[in-house]
Write a protein that binds this ligand. Structure first.
Ligand code: ADP
Ligand code: ADP
Ligand code: MG
Length: 462
């Protein structure tokens, strides 16, 4: 049993976890940096503790300072949220050694599945198809060139410890590989403290589809899939559940492969298995596992009715899964739009600032996960995600209409956000059709806006 939960994160996810803690009867304590003393999460939490200066390396990534703060406030559990230390096996281990519960899997599972090169191997063992690539991290160019014989070009050089869309480079040919490989290794070392990289075939027209699972160490269940193909710089921008691309047989095969992989490693907690899906052939390939709660988890909550954060807290405390697979059903359609403090008309230039006026959308099927409030001044040090606007409706078409209605109601003065981009996206004919892959959004952004209107669709059809 735990009583006092320390939340080591910030922004909307810290607030999301405060809410789950309070509903679970736990005392919520937010660990924050000096730049985050006035966040909504800190205000809403039962208690708060400062863990260091604004710079993440000195606060949100500072394991000794966090453990010390956790002990000082007598926490008996720690929730890492997403990003920061959420996939650090060292952090999970340090929490455990300090006698506290880490809300996530054990360090050994994080090391195995949070490391992308190792996770690929584990997927192969579990019989789950992976993108053709190198069996382990590649050392030098000679090593890489042996892999090229089976993988071919173009390929991706990926950091084993990468995440958040960072640490991925494309190599078109041998010369590019020779040039990019040492750069990728140096960058991986500098960004993630781990220089290992591996190679993977670049799949040019694929969809990103991922499966949410929960496991208790003995068995795992899935909560169906999320479609996250609308990306910019390999970062998700707009997600939905379910995927418009899957028929029920493919959905079943995909979700069952995720459960098989989670059970193969005795997975405990909430996790996501990410895949690339080829529309043309119906094939799917595992790319990585995130051993934590994900940014886009609300769409799954909306279509299944479960609270994933509450469940992951229970599971970390050693409780068995409360549900059988048959208890989990899909209902309706949900969409999440990531609202970032960036100006889509100025190449997504970061635009942190002060919230002068704020009116949230409301009404049926609307959920807002955000730490914004009027008067809040956004610090410039962290991720630019400031709100997630999530809508639910009976089907995809009505969910897109509702998303447009919600965006029309949303009003924020003080800085630019990506809400205007979403307003155009939900009207786009290709988006309405669900006809897109991971390259769609960047191509769409490169076109003049006049190409996106319904007028074009009519002309094309004539
Ligand atoms: P999700 O699928 O939950 O969106 P992401 O991989 O996009 O997962 O990461 C979620 C958040 O965590 C993003 O804000 C991202 O910038 C950050 N993040 C994840 N992993 C890393 C990492 N290794 N280094 C830096 N930031 C990361
Ligand atoms: P991260 O840990 O940064 O989330 P991922 O391995 O999940 O890294 O890849 C991020 C995104 O990059 C994917 O969602 C997809 O759009 C693209 N991507 C990854 N691997 C491939 C691949 N082999 N071929 C084509 N695109 C890929
Ligand atoms: Mg990923």
């Amino acid at each position: 049993m735990i009583r006092r939960l320390l939340i080591v994160n910030r922004g909307e996810i810290a607030l999301r976890i405060v809410r789950a803690a309070q509903e679970s009867g736990l005392v919520s304590i937010v660990a924050h940096s000096e730049a985050d003393t006035d966040t909504l999460a800190v205000q809403r939490a039962d208690e708060a503790v400062c863990i260091g200066p604004a710079q993440a390396a000195k606060s949100y990534l500072n394991i000794p300072a966090i453990i010390e703060a956790a002990k000082a406030c007598q926490a008996d559990a720690v929730h890492p949220g997403y990003g920061f230390l959420s996939e650090s096996a060292d952090f999970a281990q340090a929490v455990k050694e300090a006698g506290m519960v880490f809300i996530g899997p054990d360090a050994e599972i994080i090391a195995r599945m949070g490391d992308k090169a190792m996770a690929r191997q584990t997927a192969i063992e579990a019989g789950v198809p992976v993108v053709p690539g190198s069996p382990h991290a590649v050392k030098g160019l000679d090593d890489a060139l042996t892999v090229v014989e089976s993988v071919g070009f173009p390929l991706l050089i990926k950091a084993a410890a990468g995440g958040g869309g960072r640490g991925i480079r494309v190599a078109e040919d041998r010369d590019a590989l020779a040039k990019q490989l040492p750069l990728a290794q140096a960058e991986a070392q500098a960004s993630f403290g781990d220089g290992r990289v591996y190679l993977e075939r670049f799949i040019s027209r694929a969809r990103h589809i991922e499966v949410q699972v929960l496991g208790d160490g003995k068995r795992a269940v899935h909560f169906f899939e999320r479609e996250c193909s609308l990306q910019r710089r390999r970062q998700k921008v707009f997600e939905e559940a379910p995927s418009p691309a899957l028929d029920s047989a493919t959905r079943k095969a995909l979700c069952e492969s995720a459960v098989a992989l989670a059970e193969h490693v005795g997975y405990v907690g909430a996790g996501t298995l990410e895949y690339l899906f080829d529309d043309a052939t119906g094939e799917f390939f595992f790319i990585e596992m995130n051993t934590r709660i994900q940014v886009e988890h609300p769409v799954t909550e909306m279509v299944t009715g479960f609270d994933l954060v509450r469940e992951m807290i229970r599971l970390a405390c050693g409780q068995p899964l409360r549900m059988a697979q048959e208890d989990i059903a899909l209902k309706g359609w949900a969409i999440e739009m990531r609202i970032n403090a960036e100006d889509p008309d100025r190449d997504f230039f970061p635009s942190p600032g002060k919230v002068e006026t704020l009116i949230w959308p409301a009404g049926p099927g609307i959920r807002i996960d955000s730490g914004l409030y009027e008067g809040y001044k956004m610090p410039p040090f962290y991720d630019s995600l400031v709100a997630k606007l999530i809508v639910w409706d009976e089907d995809r078409e009505s969910a897109l209409k509702r998303a447009g209605r919600a965006l029309d109601e949303f009003h924020l003065e003080g800085f630019s956000t990506t809400a205007s981009l979403h307003r155009r996206l939900v009207e786009d004919p290709a988006v309405k059709e669900g006809a897109f892959d991971t390259t769609f959004l960047e191509r769409w952004l490169a076109e003049p806006a006049s190409n996106h209107s319904n007028v074009k669709e009519v002309i094309d059809e004539q």
